[in-house]
Design a protein around this ligand. Structure first.
Ligand code: NI
Length: 177
């Protein structure tokens, strides 16, 4: 497995829409493994292909304690077919592409979705609470949407500025020998 660097805002790839995968072949299957590895190394519970610079509809999710791949969900072309209209769930979300920023986000509590698994088989899944929240966050990424988009423009700008400042300082540090 190969670790792929994670893109940070304001990288434009995070604002682009990813295209469907035509077939889960060997390449896509390996890409899923590489994404999972990158997600674990970044201590994330979810990752979308845009975040590693690929505009393909692929996400990885693992909310388990083990985090060893046995309970990971590797999905191509995830598509939500149903959302609970009245029941919602609120969680303090973060994102590997928006380091060290968190905000409480409310989303539908339960969802149903279709996707292709790592062997290309069509699957249906019903998810609730944290798993549902995480999958919705990752599918948003595939559509160029970030969790900060659900905040007020002021709060969103504040967070973006903090991240950009931290990244600049990090870049400066990189040049010190
Ligand atoms: Ni994210």
């Amino acid at each position: 497995m190969t670790r792929i660097p994670i893109r940070i805002i304001p990288d434009p790839v995070l604002r682009q829409k990813a295209s469907p995968v035509t077939k889960v072949d060997k390449r896509v299957s390996k890409f899923m493994n590489d994404m999972l590895e990158s997600m674990y190394l970044g201590h994330g519970i979810g990752l979308a292909a845009n975040q590693v610079g690929a505009l393909e509809r692929v996400i990885t999710v693992d909310i388990s304690e083990e985090r060893n791949g046995t309970k990971a969900l590797l999905m191509a072309n995830p598509e939500i077919t149903w959302k609970s209209e009245n029941e919602t769930f609120t969680y303090r979300e973060g994102c590997l592409s928006i380091p060290e920023q968190y905000a409480e986000i409310t989303r539908p509590k339960r969802i149903r979705l279709n996707y292709l698994d790592q062997s290309g088989k069509e699957r249906e899944l019903e998810a609730e609470d944290l798993l549902s929240q995480c999958i919705q966050h990752e599918i948003d990424h595939l559509n160029g949407i970030l969790f900060i988009d659900y905040l007020s423009p002021l709060k969103r700008k504040m967070m973006a500025r903090k991240v950009e400042k931290a990244q600049r300082e990090k870049d400066d540090d990189d040049h010190i020998l």
